[in-house]
Ligand binder design. Structure first.
Ligand code: PSV
Ligand code: MN
Length: 388
């Protein structure tokens, strides 16, 4: 077993970023259910995110989505976050919710629309300058629905051109992190469908361009931990968008559908040094809480990542290497399963207490009056929602 002191020290350093959109109303194309107390603006979203950090101690930053979180003064928003004990994390661009983007954004055959999309990405970098954010997170819905609809190769050229222009605009520590997704909303081709495509573009762009692995963006059966191992080895794993899927891009709570997969992913993260600050891997949640309360949904998700991380840290690396080296298939597998089957909840509870937090964040949040307070206070105005 890895030494408990080392495991505890590593767990204390892990930071998980929560997404602003998780606090707003969300749903499916069939129905968005409104919940009481939901934030009406980005300031209230940050207040809710601060609760997740206050109870878990592990979620000090919040990703924004532009234009959903558009404000007049981003420096003021960053200051507000700071006052709440959190900070603004990645800036997510949005080039998928405008009528102009029906046939694509940066890959659209129309140069006027490509210009508009690229200008939005550049605007996001301006926002990063104001908020002090390190990461520009790019996800493109671009693709086609029918064979022959557009030139697959030309669309790659257009994508490369836009990415290069935006990459050049980055300064200092800023990074471009590029997310892939195999389908939806495009149903025939997607312009950044997989890690290989994202990786190839990032490789051309340069060192500050890295890949985002959204755990919900793969075909069923895809071995995500292999992708993680490969990208980490190449120094190209920029970030995770954690969530769970049963079918497609379900955006359910991470660790809910397949905690074993999450453990296997975290095992590769630990193996590849991804928990070390120098590798700059960002651990973000990208989830929507359509039917469950949002703040507890985020708290549970942070805890699920912490549990998977703790189990991965408990893997006896020496015993595993020895078993692998000697061809002991069952022995090697047993080393992993021993760690996975360890109940790490007491360890994490103890660690929280050491940090001055409640041992059970879910119970502590429920016992606080925050949920009742926001239900009473946030009356009137219009609630924030995915896409609003
Ligand atoms: C796309 O499905 C995605 O995963 C991207 O990360 C977006 O930024 C996020 O969802 C919210 O639209
Ligand atoms: Mn995502």
């Amino acid at each position: 077993m890895a030494s408990t002191a080392a495991v505890r020290a590593a767990l204390k350093t892990q930071r998980i970023e929560t997404p602003s959109w998780a606090y707003g109303n969300s749903g499916t194309r069939f129905k968005v259910f409104a919940q009481q107390g939901v934030p009406r603006d980005p300031f209230e979203k940050l207040a809710d995110a601060a609760q997740v950090h206050a109870f878990t101690g592990g979620a000090p930053s919040v990703s924004l989505h532009i234009p959903w979180d558009k404000v007049d003064d981003y420096a003021a928003l960053a200051k507000h976050a700071e006052g709440l004990g959190v900070r603004i994390g990645a800036i997510n661009s949005n080039v998928f919710q405008d009528d102009d983007y029906m046939l694509g954004s940066v890959t659209n055959p129309d140069p006027r629309i490509r210009r508009k999309a690229t200008d939005h990405l550049l605007e996001c970098v301006d926002i990063m300058d104001a908020t002090g954010s390190r990461d520009l997170k790019l996800w493109f819905s671009d693709g086609t629905n029918y064979p022959g609809q557009d030139d697959i190769r030309a669309r790659q050229d257009r994508l490369a051109e836009a990415l290069a222009e935006v990459y050049t605009r980055l300064t200092g520590e800023q990074r471009m992190i590029l997310e892939y997704k195999f389908f939806e909303p495009a149903f025939y081709t997607t312009d950044v469908p997989d890690w290989g495509t994202a990786y190839a573009h990032c490789l051309k762009l340069g060192e500050r361009a890295k890949v985002v692995v959204d755990t919900g963006h793969h075909a069923p059966g895809t071995n995500i931990e292999f992708i993680v191992a490969f990208l980490l080895r190449e120094g190209k794993l920029g970030a995770f968008d954690f969530n769970s899927r049963f079918y497609a891009d379900d955006d359910l709570m991470v660790g809910a559908a397949d905690p074993f997969q999450l453990f296997r992913i975290m095992h590769e993260v630990v193996r590849g040094g991804g928990l070390e600050a120098a590798t700059e891997v960002a651990f973000m949640l990208d989830q929507c809480h359509n039917i469950e309360p949002k703040i507890p949904g985020q708290i549970r998700s942070v805890m699920n990542v912490q549990e998977a991380t703790a189990k991965a840290l408990l893997v006896d690396a020496d015993a595993l290497a020895a078993a692998q080296q000697s061809g002991d298939v069952l022995g090697a597998n047993a080393v992993l399963m021993d760690a996975y089957n360890t109940d790490v909840r007491p360890l994490l509870a103890d660690l929280r207490e050491e940090l001055g937090l409640a041992a059970d964040p879910m119970a502590a949040y429920a016992a606080s009056s925050y949920a009742e307070r926001i239900k009473a206070e946030r009356v009137g105005g219009s609630q924030a929602g995915w896409g609003a």
